[in-house]
Each structure stands twice: as C-alpha cells, then as structure tokens.
Write a new protein. Structure first.
Length: 227
C-alpha cells in the first residue's frame, strides 16, 4: 500500500527575470504525509524559492507541484493564500513576532487568517499549552515578544506555526542564531511537537549534524538544481 504524499514535485523549475540559469531545478520529490524533509544548500541555491513555492507564496512557473494532493499551479493567488492559512505553518528565519502584541497574542494571531477559527477560550488554552510544551515560562505569556531571548522568541514562533495544527510545517533556518547546544535542544522540542501532531516537516538548515533526525534530504546546489 503506497503512502499518501504531502508533497509531490516533478520537473519543478523556477527562474527569475534576466537570470542565465534557473534558480531552482528539482526533477522529482515525493514526501509522504508525516515524514520529515531536510533541505540543505549554499546561499543562492534556491532554498528560499523552494519554500516559497511549497507554501504557495510564489506561483508555480514550470513543472508540477502538488501539496496534499492539491495542484498548486491551478490555484489563484487568493486560493493559495487560503490553502496556506488552513494547511501550512511557517517559521521565518527572523521569527517575525509582532512587538505590539503579547507572546500569547502572537501565537493566537495564527487564527486571524483561517476560515475555521478556534473559540476564544479554546484558542487561549491551545496557545498556553503549546508555549508550556516549548518551555516558555507562564510569566512571559503577557510580555511583548521582543522582551524575550532569541531562543525564546524562536520557540514562540514555533508555537504560532503549530497553533492551528497544520498538516505541513515549514521552518526556514530557525536555529541559525543559536549555538550548537541550544540548537540541539530546540530541535528535540520541535521534533516532539511535530511527532505528537503527525505534522509533515520541511526544515532548511546549514547544520548537517541535524540530518539524522529526518527521513529524506534534498541538497540544492548553485545556481540551481537538487541532488
């Protein structure tokens, strides 16, 4: 019995205007639901472009890309936005916490863009449960995100991305600002959460020591391509 796929790409190519070669070229990629994909490559190899395509931020230019069985090339920009809000969590490299919101509010803001919103009490309980599981102290819940350490801000960003129980979590180099010990500790917290939820994980990092935590790997190379 074949596994259902979270991500299925074939001959996926993306080129920016006036570029001599494609920024991204992936011949085949098949990631089953619940599996973890490690994406590695030097600057300029198309990592950010790949994540943007997977999240539906950038439209498919050439080739085939299906996310959870949905043909992304056939969706309008508005439909891709709605699809992302319902199915995909995204952790940005710079975290992107809103300084005028509390930690708790930063997590719950994930509901703003979803059609199926949690009730207020249920949403607050969900946010508090995630923050506690990610070792954010309760006294920090009412603080602004920018009052926290870098490591804590990173964990708040993970809580926000997981709040709506997404089918796919995309993490763009979330450990780049941490030393090895803190990066390893963070990785264990993240893996515990995605394993408990059965979330498909796409994780970009330059730290190849993390590879053993993943089911599959894509190595991108400049000026485009995959191994």
């Amino acid at each position: 019995m074949s596994l259902q796929l979270a991500i299925e790409a074939s001959q996926l190519t993306f080129s920016y205007p006036n570029a001599n070669t494609p920024t991204l070229q992936i011949e085949q990629l098949a990631l089953p639901i619940g599996h973890k994909l490690f994406v590695e490559g030097p600057s300029g190899s198309g990592k950010s472009t790949l994540l943007s395509l997977l999240a539906g931020i950038t439209p498919v230019q050439s080739g085939s890309l299906k996310i959870l069985g949905e043909d992304m090339a056939k969706l309008s920009g508005r439909a891709r936005d709605a699809f992302r809000a319902e199915h995909i969590g995204y952790v940005f490299q710079q975290f992107n916490l809103l300084p005028y919101l509390s930690v708790l509010e930063n997590v719950q803001i994930a509901d703003t863009f979803r059609h199926k919103k949690l009730a207020a009490r249920q949403g607050k309980e969900r946010a508090m449960q995630l923050l506690s599981a990610l070792q954010i102290p309760q006294e920090a819940f009412s603080k602004s995100g920018i009052e926290l350490s870098v490591g804590q801000q990173q964990r708040v960003a993970i809580a926000r991305a997981l709040y709506a129980k997404p089918d796919i979590l995309i993490a763009d180099e979330p450990t780049s600002a941490l030393d090895h010990a803190n990066a390893a500790a963070f990785m264990q917290l993240l893996l515990k959460q995605v394993n408990e939820q059965g979330t498909t994980l796409v994780y970009v990092s330059h730290d190849e020591s993390l590879r053993l935590n993943f089911d599959q790997m894509v190595r991108l190379r400049s000026p485009g391509g995959a191994q």
